[in-house]
Each structure stands twice: as C-alpha cells, then as structure tokens.
Ligand binder design. Structure first.
Ligand code: 5AD
Length: 354
C-alpha cells in the first residue's frame, strides 16, 4: 500500500468509509491467520529500569513507584499457571533492569522451557548483541521491541540514550531477525508531536521490516512523567497532530494487518484501557488475532504502572481466563491451541532456507 493511501485512511472520518477499512482488515486477517485468537500469558517480572523515557511511568527518575523484581521460582510458578490456563506462550517483560544479568536470564529461559515447553517471548528493552544471542541459544523464541516512532527527532526527544551508547532500535530489530528470533515491534499512537505523516511512515516501516508480530497502543499520559505533565504543549498543530484515541488506534491496527497480513497482532492492554467493555472485541474484528492476558501476581501487577488506569482484570487468573474465552467465542472466533507461531516467520524462514 502506498503511503498516500495510508494517509488518507488515517485522516478519513466518514463512518461509512471507515467501516470499509474495518471490513477489509477483518477479511485479510481471516484469510491469512485464520479465526484462532492466540493467548499469551504476560509476566511483568521487574519494573526496575535504567532508562528515562519521558512518556513511561516506570522510568528510572520516577521515585513515586515502589520497585520490585520477582525471583526465578516465582516467575516459574507464573509460567506453570499459564500452562494450566491453556496458554501456549509466556511473554517475559521487564524494564531495562541492569540487575538482570545475561546468565540469570538464560538460566530462567532454560528452566521455563524444560518445565513447561511453552514458547518464550522476551520483552526486555535494548540489550547487547551478546545477550540477545545467549538468550536465543538458551531457547527464547521471540523478541518484542517497539521502535515507538519512526521520527528520529521525536524518538530522540522522548527516549534519551544511555551515556556513550546511541539507542538504535532499528539495528537491534535487524539483529534479532538475524539471530532467528520471531521479531516484533510497534508504535505509540498519538504521541505528542506525532503527525499523520509520521504515523504513515511508522506503518510503512512495519512492512519494510517484514515484522512477525506488531504491538501498538494509544499514548496514555502519565502524570508522574515529564511528558504527562506537558503533553498538550508538545502537540503539533491540531490539523497535523495524531489524536491518541481509540478509533485512531484501530485504524493503525487495521493498516498494520494490511501491510503485514501474516503477522500476529494483539489487542494490547492499552487499547483495552480506553474501552474496557468492548476494546478486545473491536480490536479482534479490525485485524487483531492475539490477546495477552496478564498472569503477573496481583501485588506486582499494580506496580508495573507504565501508564495510569491500566486495564488488567483484578480478578483471579481462572475467572479472567474463563471470561476471556467466552468473549472470544462470542465473537465467532476460536481460542488458539499450541504455540501460535507467526505464519510470517514460518514463511520467511522457509524462504531464507532455500
Ligand atoms: N502510554 C502508552 N503506552 C506506553 N508505553 C510506555 N509508556 C506508555 C504510555 N504512557 C509502551 C511503550 C513500550 C511498551 C512496553 O509500553 O510503547 O514499548
């Protein structure tokens, strides 16, 4: 799809036209990844972070949150809970926690693989090539690293590099792919200063990177962050600024499905936060095929406050899981069995092998 066409979808406001985009994305989703909805057990195992991203609530300078790091045996218990609930994958997510050493993480991955056989997805931020290679050898299957925005000026402004180390997420994404990871990335929708052109470029980049997974959500201002305090002043003029709305997020989701037809695309928690009662259903009918239920212990989950008001059921795992299954079946969809690997990964690795 040409960038001009993406732009006109992003700017389209006529409900009749927009529903044409939903229908198209839904059709492309069904044809390429079928009707299964894959469930991933999300384990947010540490909220320590050395970075100072100005949009994120767990940024290192935020002294207002209590920090935690789960022990390996506690994380293993969560992985076992994921098996019991019928999930095929665990996603191990944390801030960029310097205390998580390469060896400790490799050992944890090996233990989870040995004890559960689940697919393991990592989402640990920007780590060294050596670490990424070690974890892949330890058995990690997938890696998620959002590029957040393809506009280098915005990225640099909100995402300061560590001293002496330039942050280059695009290079890391290429590295992850070379190491044989199923590779996922994505953006924030409605980041202050993000224009429609920026967002169209983000979606174009999904296609150029040939992503296996795409995770995206609306920017939700966090009052304990610099951007959360001043986001209105950081916005582009109203006719150019992308709104951080639910509808805009679905448009990006639908367009992501069109440019990466075989990718696994979740309805993220940030989307569900904007619409608790129907966010999952709307996302699933507009291109998505994955949901990531949270299996982090309740006490920790509250402290993993990337943005305020995070929707993650405060009920026990079993009833949350039951209710989610009901919602999926109610949409005329099925709950995926097994690992739910990305059909895009299968195809490109077959192609690369010949
Ligand atoms: N609103 C929405 N999403 C956010 N993230 C970080 N801060 C916010 C926020 N304020 C997203 C980033 C990151 C992911 C784990 O959470 O895109 O990659």
């Amino acid at each position: 799809m040409r960038r001009a066409e993406m732009l006109s979808w992003l700017r389209e406001e006529h409900p009749g036209e927009v529903s044409g985009l939903w229908r198209l994305a839904n059709r492309v989703r069904r044809k390429n990844v079928g009707s299964d909805v894959h469930l991933r057990g999300l384990i947010e195992f540490s909220n320590h972070c050395r970075r100072s991203c100005s949009y994120c609530g767990i940024r290192s300078p935020n002294r207002k949150i209590a920090r935690y790091r789960m022990r390996a045996d506690e994380i293993l218990d969560c992985a076992r809970a994921a098996v019991r609930l019928g999930y095929g994958t665990v996603v191990l997510q944390s801030g960029e926690d310097p205390e998580i050493t390469a060896e400790w993480m490799a050992d944890l991955i090996r233990r989870i693989k040995a004890a559960t056989g689940l697919a393991v997805t990592l989402s640990l931020g920007e780590r060294t090539e050596e670490e990424l290679a070690l974890w892949r050898r330890a058995g990690a299957d997938r890696y998620l690293l959002r590029f957040e925005t393809s506009n280098p000026r915005l990225y640099g402004r909100f995402h300061p590099s560590l001293p002496g180390r330039d942050s280059d997420r695009l290079a890391l994404l290429v590295e992850l792919r070379t190491l044989g990871y199923e590779t996922g990335s994505g953006t924030l929708v409605g980041l202050p200063g993000q224009t429609y052109e920026d967002l169209a470029r983000d979606i174009d980049l999904f296609g150029q990177l040939d992503l296996d997974m795409i995770g995206l959500g609306p920017y939700i201002p966090h009052p304990g962050t610099p951007l959360g305090k001043s986001w209105k002043e950081c916005c582009a003029p109203p006719d150019r600024q992308v709104p951080n709305t639910e509808e805009m997020t679905y448009k990006v989701l639908a367009l992501a499905r069109l440019v990466c037809p075989r990718a696994n695309i979740p309805v993220t928690t940030a989307v569900a936060t904007l619409n608790r009662s129907a966010g999952f259903e709307l996302g699933l009918s507009r291109g998505a095929n994955v949901i990531m239920p949270n299996v982090t212990p309740m006490t920790c989950r509250r402290m993993y406050a990337i943005y305020p008001g995070k929707a993650c059921a405060f009920e026990n795992h079993d009833s949350a899981c039951k209710r989610l299954r009901y919602r999926i079946l109610n949409e005329g969809r099925f709950v995926g069995k097994g690992r739910g690997d990305s059909p895009n990964y299968a195809r490109r690795t077959r192609r690369e092998a010949v």
